[in-house]
Design a protein around this ligand. Structure first.
Ligand SMILES: *Cc1c(COP(=O)(O)O)cnc(C)c1O
Length: 340
């Protein structure tokens, strides 16, 4: 048995999901004729109370399309310094959209309206135009941290008052939804656009959706096409996403409680210096200097547990659909048995 805690992207489609995919009605989605893609897009738009949605192969693509649509060259994007769009999308904001980023030093990835206000550049020949704010919920590098709805409402209001577009990188938004009880409609009401990943904790093999206004998504389809993301019988994938939304949302609570159990154990171990608060399905902790990160990864590997280093002496575990109760027990036992 291999226990894979590297990411919640490692999940494989369940037998039920595969059966659902095999029966999905299909068509050519570049012609807008794939019933299963249309079903997913309608479902996503409705969930968030938005006008329209678009199915894409990845969350990187949905975020990059959103940045492209909300900005023009010489604009800037305001976001936290831990943001996925800044750290892990190959600098796509510069490559695809010719914009710069203005980084905020937030609280585990979460930013405030006051910080945004301070970050906005005044009008001058030598400054880029502050145009777009992007927040991440949950925040991956913040250890799966969540925003309170009031914080998002205040940010939304502040963006409107300052003529800034507001995009949510909701790769793991359903984890935040399950954790905080904030409805998808409430999330939708705060943003101009939202990107949601189905291939993380929700367990679909591939796929993200971008939601926004009709006009935004219409323009987005052209950007998706030029990026090479126009897919034909994509319903075979979209149907897995429909299945995931219908069956794999509420169970995220199990991933959260497993993560909490691991976090709690780590707090008590002498090889750990610090564990970030475990809010959802991500556990980030700092190792004691006497336990080099590569040694720790090797000890886990010897016990058939896979994990990744997430910065110097930092380790990340992510719980997910394929991380069973038995695997949790084995993981706790292994972690408990390690010492300096
Ligand atoms: C995974 C992830 C994405 C998108 O990643 P893809 O691998 O391109 O689907 C975007 N934002 C966050 C916070 C993520 O964790």
């Amino acid at each position: 048995m291999i226990i894979d805690l590297r990411s919640d992207t490692v999940t494989k489609p369940t037998a039920e999901m595969k059966a659902f995919m095999m029966n999905a009605p299909l068509g050519d989605d570049v012609f807008g004729e794939d019933p299963s893609v249309l079903q997913l897009e309608e479902k996503a738009a409705q969930m968030f109370g938005m006008e329209a949605a678009m199915f894409c192969p990845s969350g990187t693509m949905t975020n990059q399309i959103a940045i492209k649509l909300h900005t023009q060259a010489l604009d800037e994007v305001i976001c936290d310094k831990l943001s996925h769009i800044y750290l892990y999308e190959v600098g796509g904001y510069a490559y695809n959209s010719s914009v710069s980023v203005n980084l905020i030093d937030g609280d585990r990835g979460r930013i405030t309206p006051e910080q945004v206000k301070k970050a906005i550049k005044p009008e001058a020949d030598w400054y880029p135009n502050s145009k777009l704010v992007v927040v991440e919920n949950t925040c991956n590098k913040g250890g799966g941290s969540c925003y309170e709805l009031d914080q998002l409402k205040a940010l939304s209001k502040s963006c409107k008052a300052n003529n800034l577009a507001f995009h949510l990188d909701g790769a793991r938004l359903m984890n935040a939804h399950v954790k905080t009880g904030v409805s998808t409609g409430e999330f939708g009401a705060q943003f101009d656009s939202i990107s949601l990943c189905l291939s993380k904790g929700l367990g679909a093999p591939i796929g993200s959706v971008l939601v926004g206004t009709k006009d935004f998504i219409k323009r987005g389809r052209k950007v998706r096409k030029v990026m090479g993301g126009g897919m034909r019988q994509a319903g075979i994938l979209a149907s897995a996403c429909v299945y995931a939304l219908d069956n794999h949302v509420e169970r995220l609570a199990e991933d959260h409680s497993k993560a909490a159990a691991i976090g709690q154990l780590l707090e008590s171990k002498n090889y750990v210096n610090e564990v970030l608060p475990v809010d959802t399905n991500i556990i980030i902790f700092k190792l004691n200097d006497k336990m080099p990160g590569s040694d720790f990864i090797q000890i886990l590997e010897n016990n058939h547990i896979k994990a990744v280093e997430f910065g110097p002496q930092m380790i990340r575990f992510v719980t997910h659909l394929d991380f069973t109760k038995g695997m949790l027990e084995k993981t706790l036992e292994t972690l408990d048995g390690i010492s300096l």
